[in-house]
Ligand binder design. Structure first.
Ligand code: NAG
Ligand code: NAG
Ligand code: NAG
Ligand code: NAG
Ligand code: NAG
Length: 549
C-alpha cells in the first residue's frame, strides 16, 4: 500500500514535469490618481490601468500570477492579496512587515502562485490609507477542470465588491489619524464603485437571462462597516465562503463583514424586470445604503423602489454564522495536509488569546492587541529576520499568550511579533470587550473558524466549538462583548500579518505578525528572497545572506 502510494506520487510528479510549469497569468498595472465621483462629489481616486475599482484577476488553482505594479502615485505603494496563502512565500504578501513599499515612479513585480486554492478573494493597497481612494478589485480562483465543483456550472459569474465609502481624500483621512483623531463615519456604500440613483438614469451592473442561474462573488472591501447584502425578490444560495465549498443553504440576505467574501448562486426565475442589489451598513446608527441594478434580458420595467429591510442587531448575524457549514463531501484541496479535515482530533499545542483595546496615548487615539499597538519599523520585519539583524529592528514576543484583561490601560507602541513553532496546531482566541464589532484576517493561512460566542472565553468553552464541519477561511468577525476561536496549523513558514480589517484600527496599531521560521533554512520550507526584492532601512547595502538549500 505504502510503496504503491509512493510510486503513484513519483508518477504524478513525473507527469507534472512532463507537462511543464503551471500556466502563467500576467498583469501589468499602471497605478495613477484620477478624479472619480462615486457619490456625486468629485474626489481623488486611485486607479489601476485607468479603472476604479481595479481590474478583476481571474486565475485557476495552481496558476502562477505575475503582477508588475508601476507606481505612478506620489507616495510609496504596496498591494496585498486578501486570502491568497502564498505557500512558502511571504515575500509577496505586500504588507509593511514583509515588503519595502514601491517608491513613486518605480515598479515591483509580484510573483505568486495560487496553490491548492479556489474561491472568491480580493486585493487592495495595504498602506497609507490608500484603500480609502480605491485600488481594490476582485480576484477569483477557479477550480481546475479535473476537480468537480458541487453545483452546476452557472450561466455566468459576476464579481461584486461592496464597501462603505468616504468622500474625503485618503490624505485628509490620513491626517486625521496621524493627528490622533478618528476618521469618523463614511458617507455612503458602493457596489462596484457606484451606487444607483434610482431616478431612471441608472445603467444595470449585471444582466441575467430568464431561468438561468448566475454566480455572484461578493467581497466587503470597505473601511469600517459590516454590510448586509441582498437582492430584491431573489434568495441567495451560498456555495463558497473564503475558499471553502459550503453546505448550500438559502438566505434572504447575508452579512458580509470587512474582508469577508461569499459566492452565491442566484436564479433569474422571477418577473422579467429590473431588481436592486443592495448593500447596507450594519450595526451603525444611521444606515447607509448602496444599490445596483440587475436586469433581466427580457425585462420590461425598472426596479421597485421598495428595498427589502435589513435585519437588526447582531444576534441575527451570529445565528447566520452558526448556520455556515463546510461541505465535507465536496472535493477540494484541504487546508492542513497532515490533519486532513478532522481538525478536532488534532492536539492543540498552544493557545493565544488576543484582546483588542482602544486608548489615548498622549491624547492620540491608538488601537492595540494585548496592550501593544503595532508600529511598522522602517525595515520590514521579514527582511530584518532574513538578513540576521532582527535584534536591531524589533523584539520578539512582547505580548503574553494569556493576557490579563486590563490590557487596555497601558499601551506600548512598538512592533508586535510573536514567534510560532513550525508545524504545530494552535488555537487563537479573539476576545472583544468593546461595544463595536471586530473583523480579523490572517495572511498566509486558512483557519478553522470553530466558534463565535458572547461573553468571555474560558477553556471549558471548547465544548461549544464546532468539532466537525467548521469552515476553513481567512477572516472572522467578533461581535461586541464576545469571543471567537480559530484553529490554525502553522505549516506555512514566513512572516504573516494578523490585522483588524477595520482600517482605522489597523492603521493605528491593531495588527501584529506571526513569525514562523525554517531553522534549517531549507528550500523545502521557504523560497529564497526574490531577486527583485526591494530593500530599505538597515538591510539596504548589507551583503545578501547565503541562499536556502
Ligand atoms: C508571463 O510571465 C512569465 C514569468 O515572468 C514569463 O515567463 C512568461 O513569458 C510571461 N507570459 C506572457 C504571455 O507574457
Ligand atoms: C500610466 O498612466 C499615466 C496616466 O494615464 C500615463 O501618463 C503613463 O504613461 C502610464 N504609464 C505606463 C507605463 O503605461
Ligand atoms: C477566467 O478564466 C477561465 C479559465 O481560463 C476562463 O474559462 C474564463 O472565461 C475566464 N473568465 C473571464 C471573465 O475572463
Ligand atoms: C520593473 O519592470 C520591468 C519590466 O518592465 C522588470 O524587468 C523589472 O523586474 C521590474 N522591477 C521589479 C523590481 O520587479
Ligand atoms: C456537497 O458536495 C457534494 C459533492 O459535490 C454535493 O453532491 C452535495 O450536494 C453538497 N452538499 C450540500 C448539502 O450542499
Amino acid at each position: 500500500m505504502e510503496i504503491r502510494g509512493i510510486i503513484f506520487g513519483v508518477l504524478l510528479s513525473l507527469l507534472s514535469m512532463v507537462r511543464g510549469e503551471d500556466p502563467y497569468i500576467n498583469h501589468t498595472w499602471n497605478v495613477t490618481y484620477g478624479i472619480i465621483s462615486p457619490l456625486g462629489v468629485p474626489q481623488q481616486g486611485i486607479l489601476i490601468n485607468g479603472k476604479f475599482p481595479g481590474p478583476s484577476i481571474n486565475t485557476t488553482s495552481n496558476n502562477n500570477l505575475i503582477v508588475n505594479v508601476f507606481n505612478n502615485l506620489d507616495e510609496p505603494l504596496l498591494f496585498t492579496w486578501n486570502g491568497i496563502q502564498h505557500r512558502k512565500n511571504s515575500w509577496q504578501d505586500g504588507v509593511l512587515g514583509t515588503n519595502c513599499p514601491i517608491p513613486p515612479g518605480k515598479n515591483f513585480t509580484y510573483r505568486m502562485q495560487v496553490k491548492d486554492q479556489i474561491g472568491s478573494f480580493f486585493y487592495y493597497p495595504s498602506t497609507a490609507l490608500h484603500r480609502a481612494a480605491g485600488g481594490f478589485g476582485s480576484h477569483r480562483i477557479n477550480s481546475r477542470l479535473l476537480i468537480p465543483v458541487p453545483y452546476h456550472d452557472p450561466e455566468d459569474e459576476y464579481d461584486v465588491v461592496i464597501g462603505d465609502w468616504y468622500t474625503k481624500s485618503h490624505t485628509t483621512l490620513r491626517k486625521f489619524l496621524d493627528s490622533g483623531r478618528s476618521i469618523g463615519r463614511p458617507e455612503g456604500v458602493l457596489i462596484n464603485g457606484k451606487t444607483a440613483k434610482g431616478d431612471g438614469s441608472d445603467q444595470p451592473l449585471f444582466t441575467m437571462k430568464p431561468e438561468k442561474t448566475y454566480k455572484f462573488r461578493v467581497c466587503n472591501v470597505g473601511m469600517k462597516f459590516s454590510l448586509n447584502f441582498r437582492i430584491q425578490g431573489h434568495p441567495l444560495t451560498v456555495v463558497e465562503i473564503e475558499g471553502s465549498h459550503v453546505v448550500q443553504n438559502q438566505y434572504e440576505s447575508l452579512d458580509v463583514h470587512i474582508g469577508g467574501c461569499f459566492s452565491v448562486l442566484v436564479t433569474a426565475d422571477k418577473d422579467p424586470k429590473d431588481y436592486y442589489m443592495v448593500a447596507s451598513t450594519r450595526f451603525s446608527k444611521t444606515v447607509l445604503t448602496g444599490k445596483g441594478i440587475i436586469r433581466y434580458t427580457n425585462g420590461k420595467s425598472g426596479p421597485s423602489p421598495d428595498i427589502p429591510e435589513a435585519p437588526v442587531g447582531w444576534a441575527w448575524s451570529l445565528n447566520q454564522f452558526r448556520s455556515f457549514r463546510w461541505n465535507l463531501t465536496a472535493s477540494a484541496a484541504r487546508p492542513n495536509p497532515q490533519g486532513s479535515y478532522k481538525y478536532a482530533k488534532i492536539e492543540i499545542t498552544r493557545t493565544i488569546k488576543l484582546i483588542n483595546s482602544v486608548s489615548r496615548e498622549n491624547g492620540k487615539l491608538r488601537y492595540a492587541l494585548n496592550g501593544v499597538s503595532h508600529e511598522d519599523p522602517e525595515t520590514p520585519l521579514k527582511l530584518a529576520e532574513y538578513y540576521g539583524v532582527a535584534d536591531k529592528v524589533f523584539k520578539y514576543n512582547t505580548i503574553k499568550d494569556d493576557p490579563s484583561s486590563d490590557v487596555g490601560t497601558t499601551v506600548k507602541i512598538q512592533p508586535n511579533v510573536l514567534s510560532l513553532d513550525h508545524r504545530k496546531f494552535i488555537e487563537v482566541i479573539f476576545e472583544n470587550h468593546e461595544k463595536s464589532i471586530q473583523s480579523y484576517h490572517i495572511d498566509g493561512y486558512a483557519f478553522f473558524a470553530v466558534a463565535i460566542e458572547p461573553g468571555k472565553w474560558t477553556p471549558e468553552k471548547r465544548n461549544s466549538y464546532n468539532p466537525l464541519d467548521a469552515i476553513s477561511r481567512h477572516t472572522i468577525q467578533v461581535f461586541p462583548k464576545s469571543w471567537a476561536a480559530i484553529l490554525l496549523s502553522t505549516d506555512n513558514v514566513g512572516m504573516w500579518n494578523l490585522r483588524s480589517m477595520i482600517t482605522e484600527n489597523m492603521y493605528l496599531g491593531q495588527q501584529m505578525y506571526f513569525s514562523i521560521i525554517s531553522p534549517e533554512r531549507s528550500l523545502r520550507d521557504e523560497y529564497n528572497i526574490p531577486d527583485n526584492a526591494l530593500l530599505c532601512g538597515v538591510v539596504k547595502g548589507l551583503p545578501k545572506p547565503p541562499p536556502y538549500t
